[in-house]
Design a protein around this ligand. Structure first.
Ligand SMILES: Nc1ncnc2c1ncn2[C@@H]1O[C@H](COP(=O)(O)OP(=O)(O)O)[C@@H](O)[C@H]1O
Ligand SMILES: [Mg+2]
Length: 259
């Protein structure tokens, strides 16, 4: 369990997720912001089609840097990244978006002076023709945004802004969504809303790789998880297994999970 196992070992006979195909495969990733300072130091990450995968670990472990490296926002110095079996190492972000990857940063993830609709539009600037039809589906998934489509994002609550950010990242129908701390700074009620929507998005077939501080909740809803520490994989396994592993619980979850 402490090793990076194949992504589907604990899947059993779960439907309807299409198990099997590897969507994202990062091997031995080395990356960092300035030359000669590696923040991500040999990470392996896999996400299969339709999977929900969490990355947890202490502050400063390199979780955000890992996600940004996968999205072309931090220079990758070593290792390889495959997406849908094509090598995409060091691809610029816009090509990763075209390939089917979406990303929601932890902070500053909406344009505050733009309306909800305009924010969503920005998510589809690469393919303006799809905008109208995407609105329909996304407003179905996020009814509150339909009601507030003309409201400026900066005047909305933190929870609603997070929904705008999620919807914007979904405008181009990514097959993989990278989320950096989607529940950060939200009230407990809004955390519920966000996790519920994340599960809905995943149930529609969108694979998700999510960094979360709310480690117990994240692992409980994940197919698999990674525990990152000092830029390296410490533990990897099915979400439930990590949740119930005494070492993981003591070190990273503030004590052992009940039950
Ligand atoms: N923009 C940046 N420039 C230089 N160093 C950074 C930058 N962002 C983060 N770091 C450093 O990278 C390390 C990992 O940070 P981060 O990936 O944000 O960790 P986490 O998301 O796990 O809390 C930290 O030591 C942090 O100081
Ligand atoms: Mg972070």
């Amino acid at each position: 369990m402490a090793e990076a196992n194949g992504p589907n070992e604990a899947r059993e006979a779960e439907e309807p997720k299409e198990a099997g195909t590897l969507l994202l495969e990062a091997r031995d990733l080395l990356s960092g912001y300035v030359p000669e300072v590696d923040i991500v130091r040999g990470c392996d990450v896999e996400v299969a089609a339709g999977e929900l995968v969490s990355v947890i670990g202490p502050n400063g472990a390199g979780k955000s840097t890992l996600i940004k490296s996968l999205f072309g926002l931090v220079p990758v110095r070593g290792g390889t990244i495959y997406f849908e079996e094509n090598e995409v190492t060091r691809f610029p972000t816009h090509r990763l978006v075209e390939a089917g990857i979406g990303y929601v940063p932890q902070t500053e993830n909406v344009f505050p002076t733009l309306t909800v609709e305009e924010n969503l539009e920005m998510g589809a600037y690469l393919r303006p023709k799809v905008i109208q039809e995407r609105y329909e589906e996304l407003f179905e998934w996020f009814p509150i945004l339909a009601e507030r489509r003309s409201q400026r994002a900066g005047t909305m609550s933190g929870g609603q802004r997070q929904l705008v950010a999620l919807a914007r990242a979904l405008m181009l129908q990514p097959s993989l969504l990278l989320l950096d701390e989607p529940s950060a700074g939200l009230s407990p009620a809004n955390v519920d809303v966000i996790f519920d929507r994340i599960q809905l998005i995943n149930s529609k077939g969108v694979a998700i790789l999510m960094v979360e501080q709310n480690a117990k909740r994240a692992l409980a809803m994940s197919d698999r998880g990674y525990v990152l520490e000092m830029g390296q994989n410490r533990f990897t396994g099915p979400g439930e297994e990590l949740l119930n592993d005494p070492k993981v619980a003591d070190l990273y979850l503030g004590g052992r999970a009940k039950g």
